[in-house]
Design a protein around this ligand. Structure first.
Ligand code: GLC
Ligand code: GLC
Length: 830
């Protein structure tokens, strides 16, 4: 069952009923100002940091779950309704929400009035624009009142929902009905003291009335769906003083039959230099010193959206910027679902993970996590081709939080860019991801200078060393921290945050990630070993290209030793082991009744080439083939591959959080989508493209659209998890949007299935997608040149393409980089 459809031409998903199984959201903004917006208008806005600079309030664990957002109430001759359906829930004659790239358009119609609202964050602005168009679709003249509504948050989103003894006495606003560009409400709580920022909510007309006090607008005993002011049809002119500040404008509109009128609302963040915080005292105008906010910057903001033409021009600029961004990689094939994921939605989601990391979604509150060290490095794999300059800065920011011994803070805070002491370090996979991120950046850009960039440790001024030295420390960290089998020590956890082999927690509420009750030098990770064998060669390659031959050689020796250790101590018989626990017992072995086989080491080891027969990768019998065949046998389901099997049915103190989830959910036998692409890529390494593409389709949302009633989350973006085969709700997704799944699936589909990937000396073209996509064209812009790659694909197992570049046959699968500005035509026959 579906709740809408894709509109690929417009690059939108069109939701045709407000009754989706869960709020289906979108993100506005990609610079400093961000909004989360659900298909009914729910959500909130913030400036840079979802915890510290929250403009509007959002309630967690709410009933219904998504009530609170920016709403427009219509009062039409006593009939009160909201065009996004919520919160009033009056039946609509027509409803539609279109989520596009950085914007959404929500339309509702009732009783002969159509209200369409376009929401977006314009480029270069710290504001959300709400462009409302009212159309009289009846054959009689209509006079209606429109009441806008936002509820202000007192900036620190955590404090805002806990510290009422202080907060309920703080709120302050100013209202300007006859401003230079219409009416405006200024939310200035705490501006009288240390804050140098306020929020403004303006509309580009003189409003007939306003409210800024929530109880006056809603009524103390009402929910938002029964708000008083829209019902009575008269704003009260309330001025918030303490309690709960809101912003609402009443605009009265008279429309002839068929007539439309547009209004532009702007919700903005305004920051003033400290010595310009206040408007000068002006006795004649009744403005005392240090009482009225300096409105100049707010007026300047509103002036840029004073007319519909200005607003629509800003919207066009946003559309164009997305067209440009997405032109770096696109495919045209016979499979429209593949095309829409690759060309639009997967890349879009990668940009959202770049902006948000794991901070703010409908599953992450925006007050908890900072930027993850490993998460951000992996996210980079999905956006480096889109915004290479910003990826460069991100790399420097991440590396600056590393410690001198190569270990890393697990998270850092986006505003301060400093490591997060509450979580600390000890996640022993973290350092290696930095190498992977930097290598991806170099392959994309060829910007070798970044390796000489001075980068501090732990943000300590004076500690700067060239970035390359950080990579050496990352590499050495793994080398220096090995256990009894020569495999890397796991520390608090590796990629799997919930495999906590040194934790041994008996205290409810104790963090599995930060507790090490029995830290010993024994518990080892086969997964980190596989990472080392996969990522280590990237480091050796960089060393080589810097002329450090001995460094490269030493690195390769270490890598081979690790490969040997995995094959000797990391192999269970039919698949790779997952780990050794605190006592030195194997984890992920057939010898145990539960958690026999885990997905992560299988995918990553094969990606790394461990146990792959170089002569004939697909030939039966090699460890790699057996491992991935075991994955198929034990882990694959129609909804994707589960993380391990069988799931744990009881708490295993020596394993930690992984066994806390009921079977089939999250890291305990859930389909944790992030690691599925490792198996997909692994299958392409074995030349089994058909199987790889089959796996790809099982978790990719566009292919799951028809079962939206089962999947339940947005059919246009990946979710972190789909409930596994032992779960009560097998196939149901959770945690959409902010997941490493986005980047890794983009890598899997663009670089391995379609097979176009940047390497240091050129673009490799090596499609491994099987026979289901018989032909396709990829357009890839790399280092300023454009590659038009046409593939005729027989799809035979293991077949490698023959390349003709600009008319001449070439050996191998690398197309050398061409000068910027040129176009290269590549024909490939597989
Ligand atoms: C979450 C975390 C990520 C971790 C994964 C598996 O997605 O953000 O860091 O690797 O869970 O536990
Ligand atoms: C990771 C895991 C999640 C766990 C969290 C704790 O994100 O995926 O299951 O609750 O870490 O920090």
């Amino acid at each position: 069952m579906r709740y809408g459809h894709f509109d690929d031409e417009a690059r939108e998903y069109v939701i045709t009923t407000p009754r989706t199984p869960y709020p289906w959201i979108n993100y506005l903004g990609s610079e400093e100002f961000f909004s989360l917006l659900s298909h009914t208008g729910g959500g909130y806005s913030f400036y840079r940091d979802a915890k510290m600079r929250r403009l509007t309030r959002y309630r967690y664990n709410n009933i219904p779950s998504d009530e609170g957002g920016r709403y427009f109430y219509v009062h039409d001759g006593g009939d009160v309704w909201t065009p996004g359906w919520l919160p009033v829930k009056a039946e609509l004659d027509h409803y539609e929400a279109r989520h596009g790239l950085g914007y959404s358009r929500i339309t509702g119609e009732r009783g002969g009035l159509r209200v369409e609202t376009l929401f977006f964050v314009p480029l270069g602005e710290t504001a959300e624009v709400q462009h409302v168009t009212l159309t009289n679709t009846s054959d009689a003249e209509k006079t209606v009142s429109l009441f806008s509504f936002v509820e202000f948050c007192l900036w620190n989103a955590q404090d805002d929902q806990t510290n009422y003894q202080r907060n309920l006495s703080l709120a302050e606003v100013e209202v300007e009905q006859d401003g230079p560009h219409g009416s405006a409400i200024f939310h200035k709580t705490e501006y009288r003291e240390r804050r140098d920022h306020y929020a403004v909510y303006g509309v580009n007309t003189r409003a007939a009335g306003f409210d800024t006090d929530r109880d006056a607008f809603v009524g103390p005993f009402n929910g938002l769906g029964e708000a008083d002011v829209p019902r009575t049809g008269r704003a009260t002119g309330s001025i918030a003083s303490g309690w709960y500040p809101i912003g609402s404008h009443q605009v009265d509109v008279t429309l002839a039959p068929g007539e439309s009128r547009s209004l532009t609302y702007v919700l903005g963040y305004v920051e003033n230099p400290h010595d310009e915080k206040w408007a000068p005292a002006d006795e004649a105008a009744g403005v005392p010193a240090m009482q009225r906010v300096n409105r100049e910057r707010a007026h300047a903001l509103l002036s840029r959206f004073a007319t519909t033409e200005q607003t629509l021009a800003a919207f066009e600029a946003l559309r164009t910027s997305w067209t440009d961004l997405l032109s770096t990689y696109s495919v045209t094939s016979t499979d429209e679902k593949l095309d829409r994921m690759v060309n639009i939605w997967n890349q879009y989601q990668c940009m959202v993970t770049f902006n948000m990391s794991r901070s703010a979604s409908y599953f992450e509150t925006g007050i908890g996590r900072g930027m993850g060290f490993r998460d951000s490095n992996q996210d980079l794999l999905g956006f480096v081709h889109l915004v290479p300059e910003r990826a460069r800065q991100r790399i420097i920011d991440i590396a600056s939080t590393q410690f001198p011994d190569g270990s890393a803070y697990h998270q850092y805070q986006p505003l301060t860019k400093r490591g997060n002491n509450d979580i600390g370090s000890g996640f022993n996979d973290d350092p290696l991801w930095l190498i992977l991120g930097v290598a991806a950046y170099l392959k994309e850009t060829g910007d070798w200078g970044i390796l000489d960039e001075p980068v501090p440790f732990d943000n300590e001024p004076g500690s700067e060393v060239p970035l390359f030295e950080h990579l050496t420390r990352s590499f050495d960290f793994t080398v220096d921290n090995r256990g009894p089998h020569g495999l890397p020590l796991i520390g608090r956890a590796d990629w799997n945050d919930c495999l906590n082999l040194n934790c041994f927690s008996t205290e409810p509420g104790e963090s599995f990630q930060t507790t090490e009750n029995q830290a010993g030098g024994v518990a080892e990770s086969v997964f980190i070993a596989a990472m080392f064998v996969h990522i280590g060669p990237e480091y050796a390659e960089l060393a080589e290209r810097r002329g450090l031959t001995d460094v490269a050689e030493r690195a390769r020796t270490e890598i081979e030793a690790m490969r040997a250790a995995v094959l000797e101590h990391g192999w269970d018989g039919e698949w790779f082991l997952r780990a050794y626990d605190f006592y030195g017992n194997p984890v992920g072995t057939d010898a145990k009744p539960e958690g026999k086989i885990w997905i992560e080491p299988q995918g990553f080891a094969v990606m790394a080439g461990i146990g792959v027969d170089p002569q004939d990768p697909a030939a039966p019998g090699s460890p790699a083939v057996r491992a991935l065949d075991s994955v198929r046998e034990h882990l694959a389901t129609p909804h994707g591959m589960v993380l391990q099997h069988p799931a744990y049915t009881s708490y295993q103190i020596e394993l930690g959080e992984v066994s806390t989830y009921p079977p089939g959910y999250k890291e305990n036998g859930g389909i944790f989508c992030h690691n599925n692409p490792w198996v997909i890529i692994g299958e392409t390494v074995l030349g089994r493209g058909e199987r790889a593409f089959d796996y790809y389709r099982r978790i990719t949302p566009a292919y799951r659209e028809d079962i939206s009633d089962v999947h339940r989350l947005e059919p246009y973006v990946y979710a972190q998890m789909i409930a596994g085969k032992e779960a009560v709700r097998h196939g149901e997704a959770k945690n959409s949007w902010l997941t490493g799944t986005a980047a890794w699936n983009f890598v899997a589909v663009s670089q391995y299935l379609l097979g176009v990937r940047p390497e240091h000396d050129g673009l490799v073209v090596d499609p491994q997608i099987g026979p289901d996509v018989p032909s396709f064209t990829v357009t890839r812009v790399a280092r300023g040149a454009r590659y038009e790659i046409t593939v005729t694909n027989g799809g035979a197992p293991g077949a490698r393409g023959r390349l003709v570049v600009d008319g001449a046959a070439v050996e191998g699968s690398t197309v050398p980089y061409a000068p910027a500005g040129t176009t290269v035509r590549v024909e490939v026959t597989v």
